[in-house]
Design a protein around this ligand. Structure first.
Ligand SMILES: C[S@@+](CC[C@H](N)C(=O)[O-])C[C@H]1O[C@@H](n2cnc3c(N)ncnc32)[C@H](O)[C@@H]1O
Length: 290
């Protein structure tokens, strides 16, 4: 049953109708380079006990600026700590975020609770399953999805802190499961195969909410699961293609500036790179004949 959230999506700028966004030419040019780097700022949530997997506000801002005009509607189906909403508020975009966990929804709403005076847009987080988005968002209103889904079930195990040395290994997170929840609807509880299937189902069901020229950007990293490299970015591309989206671009989030100590893992017998040095941001559109 539909129960649409009340939120605007009308443009508040005077840009040419055909333009993709309000972005300045020099920033557009900068974004053509497919490797992007970001820093976290003091407003970012950096405490893993508050939320275990947060992308930087600066990353959400760069994506929102590239793909939307002022006033347009941004959607984050897996909003977590609300980073996308904070970025949307800074840039005067409307935004809705979904999360299964009430605690994260409350945190997200608290982070956008005090907008500047006369702010023209609204940002809200809603506690609901991403599978239900088509019943909560008015058809034809969303210009951009920016999100980072749970990375299959990679958090669903006791933390061994293998990348830490000596006493640091047995810190307060050692032996704990830092999963978002054990709710069976949580994508973080799924095997890789089911993760791909459910991502496809969620984005297939979501299609009616998009307006023309909408982009869908998904942040994902590859993983090690049971000693094997699992290329989750390929699972996402397969899932989105199955759902009828067109894959357009790969952006690499270069995290070298955020990684503290680079060890000599595997030397000299087994070659292994540090997975944490980069992540993917995958860009999709809906083909015109949707
Ligand atoms: C990687 S986190 C997102 C973090 C976010 N980008 C941030 O910066 O805080 C993924 C989120 O998806 C939520 N989640 C998992 N399954 C979900 C579902 N079926 N519907 C909605 N949210 C879900 C989890 O609770 C978790 O907060």
């Amino acid at each position: 049953m539909t129960n649409y959230i009340e939120i605007n999506n009308a443009r508040l700028c005077n840009c040419h109708r055909g333009y993709l966004s309000c972005i300045e030419p020099r920033n557009w040019m900068k974004n053509q380079i497919g490797v992007w780097q970001f820093t976290y700022e003091p407003r970012d949530v950096r405490d893993k006990k508050v939320h275990p997997a947060v992308f930087p506000i600066s990353m959400a801002k760069r994506v929102i600026e590239q793909f939307t005009h002022k006033g347009e509607l941004v959607l984050d189906p897996f909003v977590g700590s609300g980073t996308t909403l904070v970025a949307a508020q800074d840039l005067e975009r409307n935004a809705v975020g979904f999360d299964l966990k009430q605690e994260y929804v409350d945190l997200s709403n608290a982070r956008v609770a005090n907008p500047p005076e006369n702010h023209p847009c609204k940002q809200i987080a809603v506690c609901d399953d991403a599978r239900n988005i088509v019943n909560r968002i008015t058809p034809g209103t969303v210009k951009l999805v920016f999100t980072s889904p749970p990375y299959a079930n990679i958090l669903n195990r006791e933390r061994k802190n293998k990348s830490r040395r000596g006493d640091l290994r047995k810190n307060e997170q050692f032996g704990k499961i830092e999963q978002y929840s054990q709710d069976p609807r949580d994508l973080g509880t799924l095997s890789v195969e089911n993760f791909e299937k459910v991502i496809s189902e969620i984005f297939l069901a979501m299609k009616p909410v998009f307006m023309d020229k909408a982009h869908i950007l998904i942040n994902i990293t590859d993983a090690w699961i049971d000693g094997k490299r699992v290329p989750l970015h390929i699972n996402i591309i397969n899932a989105m293609r199955d759902a009828g989206y067109e894959f357009r671009n790969t952006i690499i989030w270069d995290r070298r500036n955020l990684v503290n100590k680079i060890g000599i893992f595997g030397w000299p017998s087994s070659y292994i790179t540090m997975g944490t040095t980069f992540e993917y941001i995958l860009d999709f559109i809906i083909p015109c004949d949707k």
